[in-house]
Each structure stands twice: as structure tokens, then as C-alpha cells.
Design a protein around this ligand. Sequence first.
Ligand code: AAO
Length: 525
Amino acid sequence: MKFFLLFFFIGFCWAQYEPHTEKGRTSIVHLFEWRWADIAKECERYLAPNGFGGVQVSPPNEHLVVNNPSRPWWERYQPISYKICSRSGNEDEFKDMVTRCNNVGVRIYVDAVINHMCGEGAQAGTSSTCGSYFNPQTREFSGVPYSGWDFNDGKCRSGSGGIENYNDAAQVRDCRLVGLLDLALEKDYVRGKVADYMNRLIDIGVAGFRLDAAKHMWPGDIKAILYKLHNLNTQWFSEGSRPFIFQEVIDLGGEALTSSEYFGNGRVTEFKYGAKLGTVMRKWSGEKMAYLKNWGEGWGFMPSDRALVFVDNHDNQRGHGAGGASILTFWDARLYKMAVGFMLAHPYGFTRVMSSYHWPRYFENGKDINDWVGPPNDNGATKEVTINADTTCGNGWVCEHRWRQIRNMVAFRNVVNGQPLSNWWDNGSNQVAFGRGNKGFIVFNNDDWSLSTTLQTGLPAGTYCDVISGDKIDGYCTGIKVYVSGLLTEYVKMPRSTECTIYTGNITDSWLKICQYCQRSCSWT
Ligand code: AAO
């Protein structure tokens, strides 16, 4: 009994599930490969005014510079040291970003690559973003420093030294993932170096971490590192706040490891979410939207309060990682907007929106041969994210988070936060609708015929603005206006394969919140 209580106490103390977003902000966005200077500006000019809670940033530490192929995005997942010195900018620029984003209430979450250093085959030298000497063959990383003592070479039990069998838990944790030199995280010295790095970031003001390749680390080793972490910076966070932790564990079932082993440390990425939602929206394997009625735990997902969810991520949008061809991305814009809209309207999980750049996708034998292509750049230097007159991004940046439907659904999620899913309706096929208490209502039509029906919304009577088809600007609705009488929506008519969202247009608390973000007047009724 005593043992049980002690265990429970430790787990409770250190597990960190709370993202520390500003009150009323419920989603984060991954600004994949953005420069710190651009993220700082985006926090001020766009993310804060539109109610985004935070940003997942690409790994900020010194990393390998790969020239063959030329500067792939994945070079950032090959650490050379923990100096804050990456393709996105230097330490001063990083600090400036964290300060400016925090000052407008937008949090920064760092992608922490702590399972490994660079690949075993990299050439010894100084070809890295900060020029620290390293030698993968002798395991010397002078910028940390690490030496041969600090890696798992002696511990790995596979023939090749690499992970050969995902059904062998020890191999997955102790051997090299795609040849990446596997750190001995059971060593106090290594834990200390990793914790020093994370603590420097915490002291600068970050709110938490994505733990890259968490599946390849023993949960107990992660916990030991988390123990060493500082509380968040009290300039922006309340006394005693622990960093938000979400661990990248790919668990689609059928392997030795499960996500639940990591719940004691924090949240975990739910990869089934995007894989299944993509299958439903594409209507593969006989799936249809009507089946989404019990979406969430009912579909075999982890508990909602442990899940970090997303439609696509930087790996599976280009065929890396897991999920396969069902994953929806900006390349399938119409279905993608519906899927992201569904995710943001549905109460399950903590939501992350993806924001990408264009690359010359080209399939050969079912594989994108350009899956390595890095961010828009001039001779390797990442290009600025420019903003066009119509608020879209230039210079090759996609900026899905600026797409009207996605941006407005981020606001919708904030407004309906805490409200239960209610008034589910479906036609037995791919037309579905549901509300979130009396705050908002959404309708999807992914059938090949139009939708025309009367729905119970749960909303107070009034005129509502559909924020999928338009915006509410200065009290004027540029989208479809929807009239709700009593507790019934009188009329919903939608062309095939569209969606529309309705939320309260009366001057209520929830609407005022949105107005505050937009700094617009609220005279519309
Ligand atoms: C690069 C080169 C390599 C080279 C290496 C070292 O591409 O050829 O050997 O350098 O020189 C990224 C890139 C890698 C890149 C690496 C380092 O994706 O291509 O390697 O940077 O530059 C596993 C891990 C997961 C990982 C994912 C990519 O579990 O942690 O692979 N994601 C993170 C990052 C990612 C990064 C790293 C980790 C490394 O997000 O960007 O790599 O820091 C199964 C397993 C999964 C496993 C996948 C892929 O999934 O379950 O755990 O993910 O395989 O190996 C079905 C199954 C599903 C299965 C899937 C694929 O869907 O249901 O379970 O098939 O088989």
C-alpha cells in the first residue's frame, strides 16, 4: 500500500499535462522551420489577435549541416550540441522571440531532440550550424561535451546496432533509430547535460517541450530528466508552474510499446487520430462521418486529457513517421479544412495545427522522392515569411493557420471551451452536425449531394454568422447568415462537400472574447 501511494505521489507531482496557454486559448500551431525573427512577428501581428495559444518551434539547438542532399529539413533532428544556434536563428533571436511572444500571451514549446546526436555515418569535422567540432566515429561532441562513454553502444543487443525489430522494447530504446547515435540516458552525466539545455530554455521563458522520439527513450529515464527541470519563468508564469510535456510516441497498435507507458511523464501524441480521421474523410475502408459520433476514446484512442492531437505533422505530411497515405495535408485542401475543422470543433484532446512550406512533391513508385526538401531558402539560408496583401503568406510558405476556415475554427474552439458535445445529428452517411453546449454549432457535408434539413442546435434564438464561409468583421457578417429560432435552426442549406459553422452572434461573453482578440468593435447583433 505504501509503495503504491508513493508511486502515485511521484507520478502526480511531475507529470505535466497543462500547456499553460493564456486563459481562453486552446490550440497551438507548429510553425515548422520558421525563423525566430518571423515567429516573433507572427505572434504579435497574427497569433495573439486571433487567439492562438502557442507555437511549437523547430529544434533550436546546434545541428548537423547536410549538403547531400542539400540542406534537408531533417538535418535539424541530428544534434551536434545544445548551443542555441540553429537554422532558425541564434540565441539572441530566440530570446527575443520568446519574450515578444510571451508578452502578447503566446507560448513557445520547444521540439527537444534528446534521444540521440547525429547519424553514425556523418563526416567528422565542423559542418554544423555553429561550427562545434564533432566526430561520430569516436563519439566526440566537443560542444557538449560527450564522448564514447555517453552512448548506448554497449547496451544495444541487435546485430547491426540499429533498431531492427519494433516488437523488441529494449531494442527500440537502446539501439540506433535510423543510425542516429543513441545517448545513454541512464547516465547521470548525460541526464545533467540534457537537463541543463532544457533549463536554459525554461529560464528564457519557454512553456514546455515536445520530446522527439520519446518512444526510443525509457519512460524512467525521461522522468529522471524531468525531475531536474526548473519551474517556468515567473515573469510570465505563476509560481511553481511545471513545463508542459508532450512526448512523440507513435503507437498505432501491434508493437511492443504502448503510449500508456508514457502517461506518467506528460501528454503523448495520438497518431491514431490523424490516420483514422484521414481514412474517414477520404471514405476509405467503408468509413463515413456518421461513425464519428463516438470519436475519441470510443475509437480506441488514449484518454482525452493525455492526448496531443493533430491532423498531420511534419513527418507524415511527407511520408515519414507513421499514418501512411490516409493522412490529410494542405495538398488536399478541401478535405483538409474539413478535417481540421472537425478536430477544432470536437472536444477530444489538446489540439495542434500544422503550418507548412511548399516543396516540389513528386511521387515515384508511391514514394515522394522530394520528401527531404528543406524550407524555402537562398543558398541554405531560410527565407523570410512574407505576408501578402490578402493576408496569405509568400516566399513558399503555406501558412495553413492563416486559412480563414482554420483560423476561425481556432477562435471557435476558444469560444466553446469547456462546453460538452451536444445535439449530434447525422444522416447515416457523411453529413453530420453537432453543437458545443449553447455556444457554437457546426455542420459538415462530405456527401456528394446537398444537405437541407432542420436541426436542433441548442443555441439561443438569433442570427448567427457562419465563420467557415466568411468572417465577422466590425459587427458585419461576410459569410452566410444563419437564423436560429427557438432551439431550432430553421434552415441549413449547403452545397455538397462543404461545412459551415455557426456561433452566437448576440453580444455575449463568448463573442466579446473573440472581439477582444481581433480588437474589433462588437456592434453586430
Ligand atoms: C535521416 C535520413 C536517414 C539516415 C539518418 C541518419 O533520412 O536515411 O539514416 O538521417 O543519418 C527525421 C527524419 C529521418 C531523418 C532523421 C535525422 O524523419 O528521415 O533520418 O530526422 O535526420 C520512427 C520514430 C519516430 C520518428 C519517425 C520518423 O519512432 O520517433 O521514425 N519521428 C521523429 C521526428 C522525425 C525525426 C526523428 C524522430 C529523429 O518527428 O522528424 O526523423 O530525430 C513505425 C514505428 C514508428 C517509426 C516508423 C518510421 O511506424 O512504429 O515508431 O517512427 O515506423 O520508422 C505503419 C505502422 C507504423 C509504422 C509505419 C512505418 O503506419 O502502423 O507503426 O507503418 O513503417
